[in-house]
Design a protein around this ligand. Sequence first.
Ligand code: GLU
Length: 272
Amino acid sequence: MTLITRFAPSPTGLLHLGSVRTAASAHARARAAGGRFLLRMEDIDQARCRPHFAAAIREDLRWLGLLWDGDVRVQSEHFSDYRAALDSLRARRLVYPCFCSRADIARAAAAPHGAEEVYPGTCRCLPPAEAARRVAAGQPHAWRLDLARAMPDTPLFVDDEAQGQIRCDPLSFGDVVLARRDTPASYHLAATHDDALQGVSLVVRGEDLRPAAHLHRLLQHLMGWPAPRYAHVALKLGADGRRLAKRDHAATVRALREAGVAPGKVVARALA
Ligand code: GLU
């Protein structure tokens, strides 16, 4: 089987050494195996993504020699695909509409231990007829996964390159949003859909997304999509020991290029 990896940046800023590390790792694995390396623009959040960042990312990758195979998949051009996946989950009542505002959720979930916000399930308990009436009336709503209904009876496993077969446990996500009020997809649904569509067999990404693999494995199961293997890359830290962020201009490919650093050196620095 051909190894297929991908780099899937969200074009909300310039490429920096942290993302170069992920891209270079995915690229190297594909090339070493005679496989394919794909590029995908995860630009469903139209409020934060900018076309000029998408163009800059492509240009920087070319300059770095991290050339991708085939066409770039641009998620904002495929909202109907994600809508169809959501419709399939809706038809099986695995998602429900949530009418809560951000403020409602923050109030209900205010947890003294400061845990990640987990939705308390308020709208899960709405009578189906009332939920359907409010949707039909055009009340703004998101779609949430009904995690209790979605969990299979037999365990699932996440195939993690470093950790082996890990029991899939997405419960920390709670009833996660799969489609927002203003966007017909969330990152989780769109990324999982596209990994399946594009035949990605090895998902290489930052280790901050390690927990997401559990939720993604569940979505793959629910949608009948193949389960790829996951390789999580250690996050690149700045000189201050903090994770590099898009605002750290000095660590962007642009800044390094302008400072006269050669492309190979930039990749080596990202991987170091
Ligand atoms: N679009 C995500 C990001 O830029 C990466 C998602 C993924 O690799 O699955 O952070």
